[in-house]
Design a protein around this ligand. Structure first.
Ligand code: GAR
Length: 195
């Protein structure tokens, strides 16, 4: 049984999609939510699932290294195998990347490497592209960089950013749990004892 930690900063719809997908799952389960925003709506969602939560405010720490050391302690305490960033709007530093090499993944609402950053959907829409999409990738020191694991594209020719956002979020909520499941199954099949 692989244990997942989800990191989120805001709304948490992807967090919830992961919770739903792995309720009573054979290979993995969500064990911990890490949140860098004490006011984030994702914390309300986590209550519904009785999820253990580590909330912190980066402003309370001297540096990224200081708060990431605390996060790392939490990950180790909960014996976390895989970290899934889901709208976690911070660059992950070397403290976590070194400890969880190849075991931190992220979802981004564009077809990377296009439209990196915080407003992937809006930036693509305003640019006028017609093929949008979602990417799941390993996390590297570069924002929305790292090797791509999965992508799904969607054509959109409409005029509504809201409608487009809705369509892209639907894809995210399917693609992220599917990709996590695939990774975890590969680990099981390869018999890799990664943690
Ligand atoms: C998602 O669309 C996710 O892909 C995006 O933040 C949103 C979080 O929504 N992440 C990035 O833009 C990463 N650069 P959620 O809080 O409802 O899951």
């Amino acid at each position: 049984m692989k244990r997942i930690a989800v990191f989120a900063s805001g709304n948490g719809s992807n967090y919830e999609a992961i919770e739903k997908a792995f309720e009573n799952h054979r290979y993995c389960r969500v064990e911990l939510l890490v949140c860098d925003n004490p006011k984030a709506y994702v914390l309300e969602r986590a209550k519904k699932y009785g999820r253990q939560v580590f909330v912190f405010n980066p402003k309370d720490y001297e540096s990224k290294e200081h708060y990431e050391r605390e996060i790392l302690q939490q990950l180790q305490l909960h014996q976390i195998d895989l970290v899934c960033l889901a709208g976690y709007m911070r660059i992950v530093g070397s403290t976590l990347l070194d400890a969880y090499a190849k075991r931190i993944i992220n979802i981004h609402p564009s077809l990377l490497p296009a439209f990196k950053g915080k407003n992937g959907i809006k930036d693509a829409f305003e640019y006028g592209v017609k093929v949008f999409g979602v990417t799941v990738h390993y996390v590297s020191p570069e924002v929305d960089g790292g090797k791509i694991i999965a992508q799904r594209a969607i054509e959109y020719h409409g005029e509504s950013l809201e409608e487009l956002e809705g369509l892209i979020h639907q894809i995210e909520h399917q693609l992220y749990p599917e990709t996590i499941e695939k990774l975890v199954k590969e680990w099981e099949n390869e018999g890799l004892n990664q943690c």
